[in-house]
Every structure is written in C-alpha cells, then in structure tokens.
Design a protein around this ligand. Structure first.
Ligand SMILES: [Zn+2]
Ligand SMILES: [Zn+2]
Length: 210
C-alpha cells in the first residue's frame, strides 16, 4: 500500500471511529420515541420536516399520529391565540406506548408559556414534550426554505430542551439563546455543536442509569 493510500485509509478509519462514537453517545439507553401530533391545518411537509429534524438531529425514534383538533379550553383569551402549554397537554393526552414524548405542530399563532426558559418564541416545551407554531416561523421569512429551516430548528431546539439540554454559547449551534430575534435563529447551522452532542450523550447515559 503506498503512503498516500495508507494515510487515506487511516483518516477514513479515524472518521468512522469518531462517527461511531458520536452514534454511541446519541443512542439513548432508554430509547426516546417522540409522537408527532399535527393539529388541524398543518401541512404534511411541515410534519415531515419536524420528523426528519428530530431523527437526524437527536437520533430519537418518531411516530406521526393522526391529525388532531384544538379545543376551546386551549384558547388563551387575553392573548387571543392558542396556549402552547395547553397544546402540549392536548398532544400528551394522545400519547400511547411506546411514545415517551410528544410534539404538537400547530399552523396558527400560539402564546408561549410565561415565564419560559426558552427565548426562541416559536413554541415551547416541558418535560413531556413540546409544541411549535408554523405561523410564528413564517414571520418576516424571505421564502419557504427559511420557514422550513426555522420550523425544523425550533423543533430540534425545543426537543433537546425537553431532554434536559440548556442553551449553548456557540452562535452556530441550534441550542443558541435567541432573545426572540429570528435573525439569530436564521444564522445558526440548524444542528447541535460537538459540545452539545457530547452533553446529550451524557444526559442520555444518566437517564439510562436512573
Ligand atoms: Zn431555548
Ligand atoms: Zn451547542
């Protein structure tokens, strides 16, 4: 084997090892399965984007549930829109084994729960799941691609929060603090940074040991 080829094999081996380590970190011992609940009026593509974001970004399993409706109890009267905490509670009511968490996807505007730990304001989360609003992702968006990026990033961000992840100082990381500024969200890579990947692995290991 010539020297250049040998180096190539070596580098390939190192990359494969790094990626298998990453997969090992991401594999949650108590496997998480997120149930995605599309609420009435949500486009199928939005559901597929959320599904892909969670599978690729967190390495979790997903199941898409049938379309659900929002009830009047979910309406936040002073804010004149759906209460995101109630949306999550409604989705949670549809949970069945093997689902461990739920994701409500809503076409309309929502009121993030106040006070919220998360400052993205495209949805919100609790320990049982999350909800995202397509309407909120559409605000001042330059095109459909940007709306889809925001929705996928918000779903990944909030799902990671629901697993115990905190905000990250890396401005390219999808776990960055946004202070409600969509420009901050638009500038991220839409993915977890290496530090967050490692942290997620540690959390998963702890969850498995608990
Ligand atoms: Zn957040
Ligand atoms: Zn990060």
């Amino acid at each position: 084997m010539d020297r250049r080829r040998f180096t190539g094999v070596l580098l390939g081996g190192a990359a494969a090892l790094a990626s298998s380590r990453l997969r090992a970190q991401l594999r949650t011992p108590a496997a998480e399965t997120f149930g995605i609940v599309p609420f009435i009026g949500v486009a199928e593509r939005a559901v597929r984007d959320v599904d892909a974001a969670l599978r690729a970004g967190l390495g979790v399993e997903t199941r898409t549930l049938p379309e659900a409706v929002l009830f009047s109890a979910t309406w936040n009267i002073p804010h004149d829109r759906w209460d995101v905490g109630q949306v999550i509670a409604t989705a949670r009511g549809l949970m069945q084994p093997p689902l461990t968490r739920v994701v409500g996807v809503v076409a309309t505007d929502i009121s993030p729960t106040f006070p919220s730990v998360c400052d993205w304001r495209l949805g919100d989360y609790d320990r049982t799941g999350l909800a995202v609003s397509v309407f909120r992702c559409e605000r001042n968006a330059r095109d459909e691609t940007q709306v889809r990026f925001r929705l996928a990033s918000a779903a990944l961000h909030l799902a990671a929060h629901s697993l115990g992840m905190l905000h990250c100082p890396d401005t390219a990381c999808v776990m960055v603090r946004a202070r409600g500024d969509l420009r901050v969200i638009d500038r991220t890579s839409g993915r977890l940074c290496m530090n967050c990947h490692t942290r997620l692995g540690i959390l998963a290991a702890r969850a498995g040991a608990a």
